[in-house]
Design a protein around this ligand. Structure first.
Ligand SMILES: NC(=O)c1ccc[n+]([C@@H]2O[C@H](COP(=O)([O-])OP(=O)(O)OC[C@H]3O[C@@H](n4cnc5c(N)ncnc54)[C@H](OP(=O)(O)O)[C@@H]3O)[C@@H](O)[C@H]2O)c1
Length: 243
């Protein structure tokens, strides 16, 4: 099938890896459904895309928003081929220094948000007899370091869910977990964080070694473009200089 003509919904599409993925897949002929909370950012990304694109303000923490997003894809393009569950947030600090709100946010966006996407799209994929879930996880879950305990734990929950889902859904539905290493996006912020020395050290390392989000977009495109009988389950893309 390749990428041409596929209908791809991307959460967190207004910036960073999501925006780069949307733009790359659109350039290769996909029809895009962009999701995120900031309308202005989605509008900007949509304006850069030549070809079929729609966007909808979506908070992945809300199940109803994901159902509405999937419904939009089906209404506008007649189907949904790929859901990229990419929206994510992180606070880098030791667990004991995180506020309840920061912990809830990492769970609600990174874990519940992905589950909300899966449960919204799965009935459509089943009805169509095919579909592809792509989840953005993280190398934080592969090399566990202080300061990223909750974030890594939540991302690894998504990794586990991806593998379980893969086994449950059978041959017609594909599941890919992409683990980016340090990537130059708004995620890490453009100013040094105050307070946590761990957060500062991470921020400084990111400034030194981070790679362009296009590198992650190319990895996602690789998974999407494979023939239907090839399921790329795990991809890890780190900066060469990341320890
Ligand atoms: N950058 C890195 O070094 C790195 C490394 C490993 C993994 N990752 C993962 O890569 C993914 C993309 O991050 P990024 O690096 O591209 O950073 P980013 O530019 O900050 O992108 C994150 C996106 O998620 C969206 N988002 C946050 N909360 C949301 C919510 N409740 N509902 C809908 N959308 C929401 C944000 O848009 P709105 O605020 O407009 O909603 C934003 O566009 C994340 O899952 C992150 O965990 C990043």
């Amino acid at each position: 099938m390749g990428i041409e003509g596929k209908v791809v919904a991307v959460t967190g599409a207004g910036s960073g890896i999501g925006a780069a993925t949307a733009e790359l897949l659109a350039a290769r002929g996909a029809r895009l459904v962009l999701a995120g909370r900031r309308a202005d950012r989605l509008r900007e990304v949509a304006a850069r895309i030549e070809g079929d694109v729609v966007w909808q303000v979506t908070d992945v923490r809300r199940r109803a928003d994901l159902r509405a997003l999937v419904a939009l894809a089906v209404e506008r393009f007649g189907r949904l081929d790929v859901l990229v569950g990419n929206a994510g947030v992180a606070t880098v600090a030791p667990l004991g220094d995180l506020t309840d709100e920061q912990i809830d946010d990492m769970i609600d966006v990174n874990l519940r948000g992905v589950l909300n996407g899966i449960t919204a799209a799965l009935p459509v994929f089943r009805r169509q007899g095919g579909g592809h879930f792509v989840q953005t996880v993280s190398t934080s879950g592969l090399r566990i370091v202080p300061g990223q305990t909750v974030y890594a734990g939540v991302k690894n929950a998504v990794r586990t869910i991806s593998e379980g889902l893969r086994q449950e859904v059978g041959a017609s539905i594909r599941v890919t977990a992409v683990s980016p290493g340090m990537t130059r996006t708004e995620f890490v912020g453009d100013r040094p964080p105050h307070g946590s020395p761990t957060a500062l050290a991470t921020w400084e390392q990111v400034q030194r070694v981070a790679i362009d989000p296009g590198a992650i977009a190319r990895a996602i495109a690789f998974a999407v473009e494979q023939p239907e009988d090839v399921d790329v389950n795990e991809i890890v893309v780190r900066p060469s200089a990341q320890g």
